[in-house]
Ligand binder design. Sequence first.
Ligand code: IMP
Length: 425
Amino acid sequence: MTVTVIVGTQWGDEGKGKITDLLARDMDMVVRYQGGNNAGHTVVIKDEVFKLHLIPSGIFYTNVLCLIGNGVVVDPAVLLGEIETIRGKGYSADNLRISSQAHVIFPYHRDLDAAQEKKHEAGRIGTTCRGIGPCYVDKFNRRGIRIGDFFNTDLLRQKLEWNLKEKSFYLNNFYEMKVNYNLEEIMNEYLGYFHAVKKLVVEESSTLVNEAVAKKKNVLLEGAQGTMLDVDHGTYPYVTSSNPIAGGACVGAGLGPQKINEVIGVVKAYVTRVGGGPFPTEIAGQLGERLREKGGEYGATTGRPRRCGWFDGVVMQHAAKINGLSQLAITKLDVLDELDKIEICVAYELNGKRITYFPTDVYRLEKCQPVYEEMPGWKEDTTKVKDHKDLPANAKKYLEKLAELANCRISLVSVGAERGQIIKI
Ligand code: IMP
């Protein structure tokens, strides 16, 4: 029996979907613990590409129970669309469960997200505009509407009416928009969504998770985004509004920390970031573009081009510490196959001093210059390699360096998008 957390160690888009899909085969349960449809987890099965935003990546194994945990924020229209797509491709989504404690994204959350981004020109976060931040704000302000509220229509109407009044005032007066929400229309629309998924909703979802653990089942807790987008431990304010880190799994699934046995950090062999905010190892110019094209680095949710950079060992060490990583899954090693030389950031230089810790405020981080160590490339195709011993010598050295910087062993190396393109160590 193992309880494993899968966590992104960078700014998201590390390839968690593929790793979750791979590990899910041996799982009894997969729980998504935070975020919403800001995430895009890509799973490739034969020639089919699935982009999941809300549903855990284990859904393609019908014997694996997949739970959208209490820590997730759910846009029900997106959820239904995803269920329909999965069913349309011949998979059943009957193994899906949704926590009644998960919060619901309403149109005013999306409108607020977009309005804030528009108005705060200088401090624009570059959000996905999916309403994630405003929905979490309501959760923590105790104004949120949870899926469980849909079982009580009178209470739901009361809560929604209050929210519509408050948000309309804000949007029309402060953000100078012209919104005119209709309570009954939104009620009907959302009750329609609710009835379509009602039989999948579970009350006290934490009981489901804890029972599985008590019965010695294999449980995977799947995070979205990544450590550097964590609202507490990332590059605040250029972060998402939840806790993607391993600790967030306890909150977002309702499980005690002592129950967790393994924390797998998913690490892309280089780094990408989408949205605003400092990115010390960003590669400008043609090389950055080459990596973007070779790696298909375009947002799975918004299609935005991702900024690309060299592997950042300072970020790696920060992620290893904050998450207590016990294993690493390296992804997209093959994207580096053609490079002559590869840079690895091993420290930053800040005000003339070499530092190896990650500065917690962006003002200092913006001043950091990466200190690189250069490594020779391997200039060989790794996409068909199945065994670690068959990797080119320089690729092995590169992996060793990543493991050394993280002070953690590597258990998986992905060399392509397909399920089979994986090296188990
Ligand atoms: P939000 O989560 O939509 O509020 O966006 C906040 C920041 O997190 C922005 O920089 C987004 O680009 C980034 N972000 C959110 N979700 C993801 C993700 O799944 N992958 C990469 N970046 C993300």
